[in-house]
Design a binder for this molecule. Structure first.
Ligand code: BJW
Length: 244
């Protein structure tokens, strides 16, 4: 059922009374900005492409040209996008802890600082052979497949976390700590099927946090939610995060 005036008011009250609030976001947060999600039926990237071919070390080894072409398309799309009302509402609440699975920079561009990034950032490339070379990318004119200019080996690949790769240890431990020590955990625009990130929702719930889920459709977080607000993030977040 779509969010109602009553459920929105209830969520706004929980947020107002919260002492330590975490926002855990996914691709649905940036969808109203025109950035594609992964699993939405029809227009999600994975409904047209095999995720293991595009977002895994094995896929990169098999066809690095294809992987870098896909990243170039996403990078151009993100470069054209602007933060939406949901990003801006979050930026107006610097007291919230931001944990995101998103690799775009729309939260940063909205004005959020200290973002805990679980899946890295799409704005850079690094040497896949781990020589340590990193480059920032011109998102309007992203590069294709190329070898590392520093060690000459393998290829340059985005500074994101692919399937089968470990999450950045520091970000993960900060995220676990925030999830276990908050009293309100807002889950926005994620299918909540990718682990270990999705496990933060249950961890927060088990630690006693109230779980508010904001999503256009039911998701993997629906069953854990104390309050589920179905609708678009850019319409719901400004309502429930407004102070006063
Ligand atoms: C809206 C909306 C609007 C739309 N308003 N809402 C336990 C069980 C099973 C499997 C595993 C497990 N633990 C680990 C695994 C394996 C794997 C995994 O989870 N697989 C499952 C999918 C089966 N996990 C991993 O491999 C992770 N690594 C790992 O576990 O390492 C272990 C290790 C330890 C030590 C050494 C070595 C290894 C890594 C996961 C990496 C994920 N990477 C990606 C792509 C790269 C980033 C990039 O290129 O940008 O990250 S996959 C993709 O999924 C991306 C996202 O961050 C992530 C989550 O997706 P998200 O954000 O939820 O998007 P969608 O599209 O799924 O959902 C969008 C939602 O928005 C939908 O619900 C819509 O309804 C909603 N929506 N419009 C509000 N306007």
């Amino acid at each position: 059922m779509a969010a109602t005036a009553e459920t929105l008011a209830a969520a706004a009250r929980i947020v107002r009374e919260g002492k330590k609030i975490v926002c855990f976001s996914g691709a649905g947060l940036s969808a109203p900005s025109g950035v594609g999600t992964f699993r939405d039926p029809g227009d999600g990237w994975w409904s047209r492409h095999d995720p293991m071919k595009l977002a895994s070390p094995e896929g990169f080894a098999e066809d690095p040209d294809l992987v870098m072409k896909w990243y170039a398309a996403r990078r151009r799309q993100m470069a054209e996008a602007d933060p939406n009302a949901a990003h801006l509402a979050l930026a107006h609440r610097p007291d919230l802890i931001q944990i995101t699975q998103n690799t775009d920079d729309l939260l940063d561009r909205a004005g959020c600082t200290d973002i805990i990034r679980l899946h890295g950032s799409i704005n850079g490339d690094r040497c896949h052979a781990n020589c340590g070379h990193v480059e920032m990318i011109d998102m309007h004119d992203p590069p294709g497949h190329r070898s590392c200019p520093c060690c000459g080996a393998a290829g340059m690949r985005p500074t994101v976390v692919w399937f089968g790769e470990a999450l950045p240890a520091g970000a993960w431990s900060e995220a676990e700590d925030a999830a276990r020590n908050c009293d309100v955990f807002i889950v926005v625009g994620t299918s909540a099927v990718v682990y270990p990130a999705a496990g933060l929702i249950a961890a927060a719930g088990h630690s006693g946090a109230t779980i508010i889920v904001v999503n256009r459709d039911p998701s993997g977080a629906s069953e854990i939610a104390h309050l589920e607000l179905l609708g678009s993030a850019d319409e719901i977040l400004p309502e429930i995060l407004a102070e006063g």
